[in-house]
Design a protein around this ligand. Structure first.
Ligand code: SF4
Length: 164
């Protein structure tokens, strides 16, 4: 099975109560190979919730306690993001996932970019906390921006082969 950020599959779990439905993922969802995960909901955060950003660092540093994530009020939310990453990893392991497709730029799910901690809409290279943990544990991690029909078809075919 392939772990996918729940918001990309249309679940209304974003901080503002919306989703990030991705039309390509939707097109292939009837293959039955995706399972949705929202690390922030797994950490018992509510919908809606305050937006969060990693404070001038990356998810890897939050994982190791060398940096923090904060919400717009300045509250340290690092423990939620670390908890959510751990629970997402548990779900990946329970579903024998070797691939994850995550929402770009989120402080949990960002794969290539994240917001810089200023809450001014500035993106910087880096990964979110869940992306960092899943990579550390050996999963291949893609964002929705990496996807092409060819790549998605090959990931699904590989996943089916792995299961049989
Ligand atoms: S934590 Fe990930 S799955 Fe949940 S809303 Fe944010 S980007 Fe989507």
């Amino acid at each position: 099975m392939i772990l996918v950020s729940a918001c990309l599959l249309g679940h209304r779990v974003k901080y503002d109560g919306g989703d990030n439905l991705d039309s390509l993922l939707l097109k292939y969802s009837d293959k039955g190979r995706f399972f949705p995960v929202c690390p922030e909901l797994l950490a018992m955060l509510p919908v809606p919730r305050q937006p969060m950003e990693i404070d001038h660092a990356t998810g890897r540093k939050v994982l190791t306690g060398k940096a923090v994530a904060k919400d717009m009020n300045g509250m340290d939310t690092s423990s939620y993001l670390v908890e959510g990453a751990g629970r997402a990893l548990e779900m990946a392991e329970a579903n024998h996932a070797r691939v994850a497709i995550l929402k770009e730029s989120s402080p949990s799910c960002g794969v290539h970019t994240i917001y810089d901690g200023s809450f001014l809409g500035r993106k910087v290279p880096g990964e979110g906390v869940t992306a960092a943990l899943l990579r550390e544990k050996g999963l291949r991690v893609y964002s929705e921006k990496d996807l092409t029909p060819e790549l998605l078809e090959s990931l699904i075919a590989e996943d089916i082969k792995y299961d049989t």
